[in-house]
Design a protein. Structure first.
Length: 82
């Protein structure tokens, strides 16, 4: 089963900031949009305690109903909540 997360990307002061809506403390800062997406994917994977192909079950968390499966990052074009 796939896990889907929404990521908001903003360009701030010459770099891209990627934030995961479902994990407010998951933030990546990179010089390119693609690098920011790759880094946020790695951060989410690490926080869930496994690799993107399946890994260990995460600690109970309201982020995902399934602890296994690839991580899908869905980009949002909305402004993040203030």
């Amino acid at each position: 089963m796939k896990r889907k997360f929404t990521v908001v990307i903003e360009k701030k002061q010459g770099e891209y900031e990627a934030r995961c809506r479902e994990m407010p403390d998951a933030v990546a800062h990179e010089s390119s949009k693609q690098d920011a997406l790759e880094k946020i994917r790695a951060i989410i994977t690490k926080k869930l305690g496994g690799d993107s192909d399946g890994g260990a079950a995460p600690k109970p968390h309201p982020v995902s109903p399934s602890p296994r499966g690839p991580i899908i990052v869905e980009e949002s074009h909305e402004k993040p909540d203030a």
